[in-house]
Design a protein around this ligand. Structure first.
Ligand code: FES
Length: 169
């Protein structure tokens, strides 16, 4: 099972990451999405400072940049946890019980979808269809796709992630 580790678990100083990304220019307005992806990947979120600096570099208003950040689920103003659990709640997964999977994750983690545990270990998200409907309900944990999920399997998966988080680095 391949896993991605969210860099928010060991965040780089945002300022240094932003310098590295934004000093590379010149950039055009069309580069906005690509730059946001790089900032999200390196910082684990889109810091406020990034919006200000992108506005200066690209000649876009801060409002224009903020609207792009909020439109795409790939971007987040709030720091995400070191681990990400995403439950598909699209129609095919929903009819196969995705809501119960979400509820089990909520219960164990003590957070609502869109939230991050207070210790920053785990973020819970929902998404509408990831294109693997036949395998639903789908859970994506740290980039790895898990099909045919149910509340019991979700509980095991969350427990595995939490125990991994407890292991010394
Ligand atoms: S509805 Fe969940 S993968 Fe399509």
């Amino acid at each position: 099972m391949s896993k991605e580790r969210n860099p928010a678990s060991s965040p780089l100083p945002a300022e240094g990451a932003l310098d590295r990304i934004l000093d590379g220019g010149p950039f055009a307005r069309a580069d906005l999405i690509g730059l946001l992806h790089r900032i999200q990947a390196e910082c684990g979120h889109i810091p406020r400072e990034a919006v200000v600096r992108l506005s200066e570099r690209l000649g876009l208003t801060e409002e224009e940049i903020a609207s792009v950040v909020t439109f795409y689920r790939a971007f987040s103003f709030a720091p995400r946890g070191g681990h990400r659990i995403t439950v598909c709640t699209g129609t095919a997964c929903h009819v196969r019980g995705a809501r119960r999977v979400v509820d089990e994750c909520r219960r164990i983690l003590g957070i609502e979808p869109g939230g991050t545990t207070p210790d920053g270990v785990c973020t819970l998200e929902t998404v509408n269809c990831v294109g693997a409907c036949a395998l639903g309900p789908i859970v994506i944990a740290d980039g790895a796709t898990h099909g045919h999920m149910n509340p019991g399997k979700a509980a095991d998966l969350v427990a595995e992630i939490l125990s991994e988080a407890d292991e010394p680095a």
